[in-house]
Design a protein around this ligand. Structure first.
Ligand code: SF4
Length: 179
């Protein structure tokens, strides 16, 4: 099994290549929060990575973020389609259902003033993959609709093979860095 560092390196290299190929057709930038609104499932690996990043934040930021987690949990408590105590979504169906809930709720890690990710270096793989046109393990991912305006996407798409993951129960981001 690849280490988390290797996994992140593979993902980031593919994204960097997609950004290079797209040139000015890639408009992803700090402050665009399009992909940070609405909760989504993350993996155990993401969870561990986020916890490391959270542990390195200064105390004031930790406290501010803890409040945001608490608010998000309160909002999501009702009709949570998994195990509320553990935060686990026990099937892909539950994760899909979860993705559709609370589409207006910002990620608790998102800095609402600057539009920056407070845990950018430790962000989940799903966040890293969002935006460019990628083919991951043979499956074309949907790129951000703000990118690739007026250009043909298919010739710019980058294929990447990610290592097979071990069984990875899904959790969700509000639990991910729970203090
Ligand atoms: S972890 Fe960061 S990049 Fe991912 S949704 Fe939250 S704020 Fe956005």
């Amino acid at each position: 099994m690849a280490s988390d560092i290797e996994l992140v390196q593979i993902v980031d290299a593919a994204v960097a290549e997609a950004v290079r190929r797209a040139g000015t057709a890639m408009v992803c930038r700090k402050g665009c929060t399009h992909c940070c609104i609405g909760p989504f499932a993350v993996t155990e690996r993401d969870l561990e990575r986020l916890r490391v990043g959270f542990g390195l934040l200064d105390e004031r930021l930790k406290e501010r973020m803890a409040l945001r987690f608490a608010e998000a949990r309160e909002t999501m408590r009702e009709e949570f389609p998994g195990n509320w105590v553990s935060g686990r979504l026990t099937s892909q169906e539950a994760a899909d259902l979860f993705d559709l809930r609370h589409p207006w709720l910002p990620c608790p890690v998102l800095d609402l003033e600057t539009g920056a990710c407070s845990l950018h270096a430790w962000r989940p793989v799903a966040c890293r993959l969002h935006g460019p046109a990628l083919r991951v393990n043979g499956v074309d991912l949907r790129h951000c609709r703000l990118n690739y305006t007026g250009v043909g996407v298919e010739e710019l798409r980058v294929a990447v093979e990610l290592p097979e993951e071990e069984e990875s129960p899904l959790t969700y981001i509000a639990w991910a860095v729970r203090p």
